[in-house]
Design a protein around this ligand. Structure first.
Ligand code: PEP
Length: 248
């Protein structure tokens, strides 16, 4: 079993002072647990949080990147800019990027490939909509997203897949443990066609969508769940660390 990863996606929340305080509390409370911690603050707080986390063992990630190394891309941030300020990871293909910015699997793949080339690890997000779940096409949708978004250079040390059903993000609704296990086992078998057997078996698969300290224990015990991508509950150190403490 790969070591669990508990990743916090702070989204577009907080100012520098709150980011500093939150990162400091996570760094102070994190070292006793049997999982890796990653925090992904907004771009504006990355430099500050990088300083706070230095030598803490808590990893730093960004929430998006551009696929080009530099150039005329107003408002975007390159992989080199992220490694320059100490990032280890970048999230790509979050459902809010796919819906707010129309990001396709091909675009997500190009961002992931650029991130890997530039030395970042990636969390590639996939997940079905509510109507896809209800119409019985969830497995096929997620399979298409995994196959379409995964770069050829992905392996188990540089790539994490986060299964985040769109209807569970920020809603308090959570799939059943049977649905989570079914999807994670499906993703694992899809990876067997895309990677070597050993990489497919040891690539970490995170569940994301309304994870909190109350439901974390049962979610983190589902088949082939190797951690969580946490939104709302990552904005308080206490709840984020409590999710980490729930890792089996
Ligand atoms: C997310 O946006 O990645 C997420 C999982 O959010 P929440 O935990 O708030 O559902």
């Amino acid at each position: 079993m790969p070591k669990a990863l508990i990743a916090g996606n702070w989204k577009m929340n907080g100012d520098i002072a709150t980011a500093r305080e939150l990162a400091g509390a996570i760094a102070a409370g994190s070292d006793a647990h049997a999982c890796d911690y990653l925090v992904c603050p907004p771009f504006t707080a990355l430099t500050e949080v990088s300083g706070v986390l230095a030598d803490s063992g808590v990893l730093l990630g960004a929430q998006d990147c551009h696929s080009a190394a530099s150039g005329a891309h107003t408002g975007d941030v390159s992989v080199g800019m992220l490694t320059d300020i100490g990032c280890h990871y970048v999230i790509v293909g979050h459902s809010e990027r796919r819906s707010d910015h129309g990001e396709s699997n091909a675009l997500v793949k190009s961002k992931a490939a650029a991130a890997l080339k530039g030395g970042l690890s990636v969390i590639i997000c996939v997940g079905e909509s509510e109507s896809e779940r209800e119409s019985g096409t969830a497995l096929a949708t997620v399979e298409r997203q995994v196959v379409g978004s995964l770069p050829e250079t992905s392996n188990s040390t540089n790539t994490v897949i986060a299964y985040e059903p769109v209807w569970a993000i920020g809603t308090g609704k959570v799939p059943t443990t049977a649905q989570i296990s079914e999807m994670h086992l499906h993703i694992s078998s899809v990876l067997e066609n895309e990677m070597s057997d050993s990489d497919a078996a040891s690539t970490r698969l995170l569940y994301g969508g309304s994870v909190n300290p109350e439901n974390a224990t049962e979610i983190l015990r589902c088949s082939r769940v190797n951690g969580a991508l946490v939104g709302g509950a990552s904005l308080k150190a206490e709840s984020f660390l409590a999710i980490g403490q729930s890792c089996p």
